[in-house]
Write a protein that binds this ligand. Structure first.
Ligand SMILES: C[S@@+](CC[C@H](N)C(=O)[O-])C[C@H]1O[C@@H](n2cnc3c(N)ncnc32)[C@H](O)[C@@H]1O
Length: 211
C-alpha cells in the first residue's frame, strides 16, 4: 500500500510524527475499511480469539468505551440478546442494541447506575482506559494506578463469581498493594499483548476470573 506522506506545515514535530504514523498504521486503515470505530477493536478481537469469553457472556460492561470500537466487537461476538453497557466521560454515537451512559467512572453514583442498568451482576467488566498524559511521568504513573484500582473496585462489586475482567494495564504500572488486591480478587490471571497493540507501547491486557 502506498505510504501517505504529509506536509509538515505548521505542525509541531511530535504531532506531525503522530499523524504520519497514524495515517499509515495498518490497523487504522483496516478499521476504516471494516467499519470499526477504533484500531483498538482489533485488540479485543485478538483477546476473544485467544480466550473465547465474549461468545459465552450476556451482561457486559465496558468502562471508558469511547468511541465504541470494543462495544462494536462485543455486539458482534456476544449472544444476540446480551445486555451491553458502555460508560465514558465522552459521548459516543449510538450503536444499535448497546446502552451508553456519559459519566466519569470515579463519580460516586457510578455503581448504583450500573446496577440499575443490569438488574444483576455482570459476566464481563472490560476496560481499555488510559489516563490523559500530563507530561509528568510520576503523575501519569499515579493516574494509571488509580484507574486500574478503580476498575478493580468496580469489578469487585459488580462481577459475578467466575465472571471475567479484561483490563488494559501498563507494564511496570502495577505495584505492591495493587498486585496484592488483584491476587485477592482474581484468579487465573493472564497477561496478553495483542499483535495490534503497538510494540513501543507499555500497554498490555490482563484477563482474569473473579474468585
Ligand atoms: C483508548 S480509549 C477506549 C477505546 C475503546 N476501547 C474503543 O475501542 O473505542 C480510552 C477511553 O477511556 C476514557 N476514560 C479515561 N478515563 C476515564 C474516566 N475516569 N471515566 C470515564 N472514561 C474515562 C477516555 O475518555 C477514552 O475515551
Amino acid at each position: 500500500m502506498k505510504k501517505i506522506k504529509l506536509k509538515k506545515k505548521n505542525r509541531s514535530t511530535t504531532s506531525y510524527r503522530w499523524l504520519q504514523r497514524h495515517l499509515n498504521d495498518t490497523y487504522v486503515i483496516k478499521s476504516k475499511t471494516e467499519g470499526f470505530r477504533s484500531r483498538s477493536s482489533y485488540k479485543l478481537i485478538e483477546i476473544e480469539k485467544k480466550f473465547k469469553i465474549l461468545s459465552k457472556s450476556k451482561n457486559i460492561l465496558d468502562l471508558g468505551c469511547a468511541p465504541g470500537g470494543w462495544l462494536q466487537v462485543a455486539r458482534i461476538f456476544c449472544p444476540k440478546d446480551s445486555n451491553i453497557l458502555g460508560i465514558d466521560r465522552i459521548k459516543i454515537e449510538k450503536i444499535e442494541k448497546v446502552n451508553f451512559i456519559e459519566k466519569d467512572i470515579f463519580d460516586e453514583d457510578i455503581l448504583q447506575i450500573i446496577k440499575t442498568n443490569f438488574n444483576c451482576k455482570v459476566d464481563i467488566v472490560m476496560s481499555d482506559m488510559s489516563p490523559n498524559s500530563s507530561g509528568n511521568k510520576s503523575v501519569d504513573h499515579l493516574r494509571i494506578i488509580s484507574l486500574v484500582e478503580r476498575v478493580l473496585e468496580i469489578s469487585k462489586k459488580i462481577l459475578k463469581p467466575e465472571g471475567f475482567l479484561i483490563s488494559k494495564i501498563f507494564q511496570g504500572g502495577a505495584q505492591g498493594e495493587l498486585i496484592d488486591s488483584m491476587r485477592n480478587e482474581l484468579n487465573n490471571i493472564k497477561y496478553f499483548k495483542p499483535k495490534s497493540s503497538r510494540k513501543e507501547s507499555a500497554e498490555t491486557y490482563l484477563v482474569a476470573k473473579k474468585n
